[in-house]
Design a protein around this ligand. Sequence first.
Ligand code: ZN
Length: 298
Amino acid sequence: MSAAHYALVEAGGTKFVLGLADAGGTILARHRVETTTPEATLGASIAWLREQRVALAAVGIAAFGPLDLDRASTTYGHIRTTPKPHWTGADFVTPFAEAFACPVGLDTDVNAAALAEQRWGAGKGHGSLLYLTVGTGIGGGFVSDGRLLHGLTHPEMGHMRVPRHGDDHGFAGACPFHGACIEGLACGPAIKARWGASLTELGADHPANAMIAWYLGRALANFQAVLEPACIVLGGGVMATAGLLERVRAEAVAASAGYFLGDPAKIIVPPGLGTDSGLRGALALALSSIAEPAAAVA
Ligand code: ZN
């Protein structure tokens, strides 16, 4: 056995990415496990970590959700209702806590990314940060003074309701719950459902770019009004569209109508963490589980 290490788990819907970090946070080893059933996937993950034969100071799990993060709940650490077969009710925390007898930090992949971006990425040096991913879905996390915002559970920022664009007619929206929430209007599948292609495929001159920027700008104006983040990091596949970030900045300022503080080019920025961003998020959760004993499940 060597000095304490951190076990990192990036739990995704199609694969789990595992990592092992040393006491200084350097990622020493990585491994992938296919997401099948909870028993098989969590079992294979724990088996790989055991094979590393190191003492663990903490486990950090950045997971797909929705998760029960209410510490008073008997199902804390379990997945709530999900359309993903086999995973509703799956317990992420107990198998790792029992296997390694150390704190287990669990949160959503989006919240983990928010924490990591504030600690090491684009939000370094800022006291508060909003991370919003615009891709297969839309999700967000907010960090203030190193702590993630939680309510009854993690925020569901993608389901924010926004006004309709004046030229937007005939599209019900892609969210199975709300139809035209911000995710239902502006996530990748919504763009494909509406125009039959991604923004990149449609090209920069297609009016879809302006409409999606308009919607995201309204959402950011709402987040600004509620949270006033010093830094807004926009990630995800849709945000990789050339020119979209600049359009969203302009729309956020316009929608805020005088209430947008600071330079939008400095506040609304792309992610600072590239490769290993998911594992860095899991590392941030592992470190938080030690820094805040109340957050630890031993
Ligand atoms: Zn929704």
